[in-house]
Design a protein around this ligand. Structure first.
Ligand code: BG6
Length: 478
């Protein structure tokens, strides 16, 4: 097999988010965040976005998988020891905003929450594992959603600034790698998670969505600037959901449509975060959708001063687009839409599997920005089966990851500067989109099931040993 040349110091590891692993949803004075009011099951977002939803917990009606999740809150030592055994160089995690500011609008942070992450970072340090911290990963305080209307409200910028400065200052000697908002562009398709509000009709979406984005982009720039000031040796990135957009065919109308979709979804946020200004293409879009942003004095300077050091992104799938779609074209399951690509197979959840798309993404992003890239999410959600002897042979996962790692190796040969790879869900956890435990990504199996049963026992899958070899050989042994 061809040998790839991953750079020395490449950050191999795994990625998680607080709300999907920690549990302990009320412990240590933690307040409620959006994930805490999300029921389990495929309908979870439809329930949340129903008009009149009260953002309360209804235990008589639903099961809430994120409340206990996989209990990382109490088991982090055991889990980190397993990551260390695999040889992780980096572990991506998020800080739950509501552990630090339970409601989001307090003036002082919650010491118990801060102390928890001190313990986690100390544990990582014990093994020489670099934490890669996402400041906000779909974990907005419910109070800010209910009382302030999410990111539409300018006040949220100051609340976020307080939160970001509290954690940057507290962990300045423990954390070097940071990212501001997880998959910041995802709010264009699913605003509740990232922007903290939802709309009921297409027409209602434009003005509030982009005003909320303006606030969030300013907040991101403030955090970047603060990070540079408080932690001079740090690196702070943006985090994009990147799915390269292919035209369905060579019809120029479809090519143009694919280009526009790519500009808006893949590049709009990144352009502001990397270049420090709004891209040219968005002016026409704003005009056509009658969007007029309220931009305060100093905002545009802030955007300029708060540009990121690297581009973190998630990669799960590509997207194929056609200007006029019929029902037969549906790519049902591909979470960000588009039409079915006849050349690609799908996962059990309908996500199209496209390793070459990762090489394409890396080339596109590097061509556009010439900044270091970091693949901070990628992986296969699959059903795993425990054999009678307790072993788990997840060869399908190994095949998926191998092909994506090869694609990164090729991109490095293409000239792309790549810092690292933290595959998603290094340990099984709650799925974001469906709230299932049975959609598993991990190298480590967790005995926890969709009905809430299970012992929480951890177990090494076949991929655990495979990934250990990959890391040990710096990507040579695939
Ligand atoms: C990303 C999110 O979009 O996809 C993660 O940042 C999420 O939070 C991951 O878990 C995989 O999605 P899912 O729905 O399979 O958990």
């Amino acid at each position: 097999m061809k040998k790839y040349d991953f750079p020395k110091g490449f950050l191999w590891g795994g990625a998680t988010a607080a709300n999907q692993i920690e549990g302990g949803y009320k412990e240590g004075n933690k307040g409620l965040n959006i994930a805490d009011v999300l029921p389990g099951g495929k309908e979870r977002y439809n329930i949340l976005m129903k008009p009149g939803f009260d953002f309360e917990i209804h235990e008589d009606l639903f099961f809430y998988p994120n409340h206990e999740a996989i209990d990382f809150y109490h088991r982090y030592e055991e889990d980190i020891a397993l990551f260390a055994e695999m040889g992780f160089k980096a572990f991506r995690l998020s800080i739950a905003w509501t552990r630090i500011f339970p409601n989001g609008d307090e003036s002082e942070p919650n010491e118990e929450g801060l102390a928890f992450y001190d313990r986690v970072f100390d544990e990582l340090q014990k093994y020489g594992i670099e934490p890669v911290v996402t400041i906000s990963h779909y974990e907005m305080p419910v109070h800010l959603v209910k009382e302030y209307g999410g990111w539409r409200n300018r006040k949220v910028v100051s609340f976020f600034e307080r939160y970001a400065k509290a954690i940057l200052g507290r962990y300045k000697d423990k954390v070097k790698y940071w990212m501001t908002f997880n998959e910041i562009n995802s709010g264009l398709v699913m605003p509740i998670n990232g922007l903290g509000f939802s709309y009921q009709s297409e027409e209602d979406k434009y003005q509030p969505t982009f005003q909320a984005y303006h606030h969030q982009l300013v907040a991101s720039a403030i955090a970047v600037k603060a990070c540079h000031e408080l932690i001079p040796k740090s690196k702070i990135g943006c985090m994009l959901l990147f799915a390269p957009v292919y035209a369905y065919d060579s019809n120029p109308e479809n090519v143009m449509y694919a280009l526009q979709e790519e500009q808006l979804f893949n590049y709009f946020c990144g352009d502001v975060q990397v270049r420090g200004e709004y891209p040219a293409f968005i002016k026409r879009y704003f005009k056509e959708h009658r969007i007029s942003l309220e931009i305060l004095e100093g905002d545009l300077d802030l955007l300029k001063d708060g540009t990121v050091d690297y581009i973190g992104f998630s990669y799960y799938m590509s997207r194929t687009e056609k200007k006029v779609k019929s029902d037969a074209d549906s790519s049902e399951g591909n979470i960000i839409g588009g039409v079915r690509n006849p050349f690609l197979e799908t996962s059990d959840w309908g996500w199209e599997i496209d390793p070459e798309g990762l090489r394409i993404s890396l080339n596109k992003l590097y061509d556009r920005y010439q900044k270091p890239l970091f693949v901070v999410e990628n992986g296969l959600g699959a059903y795993d089966k425990e054999e009678e002897d307790g072993s788990i042979h997840d060869d399908y996962r190994i095949d998926y990851l191998r092909e994506h790692i090869k694609a990164m190796g090729e991109a490095i040969e293409d000239g792309v500067e790549l810092m690292g790879y933290t595959s998603w869900g290094c340990i099984d956890m709650v799925s974001m989109s469906t709230g299932e435990f049975s959609k598993r990504y991990g190298y480590i199996y967790v005995d926890k099931h969709d009905d809430g049963s299970g012992t929480m026992k951890r177990k090494k899958k076949k991929s655990f040993y495979w990934y250990k070899d990959v890391i040990e050989s710096n990507g040579e042994k695939l």
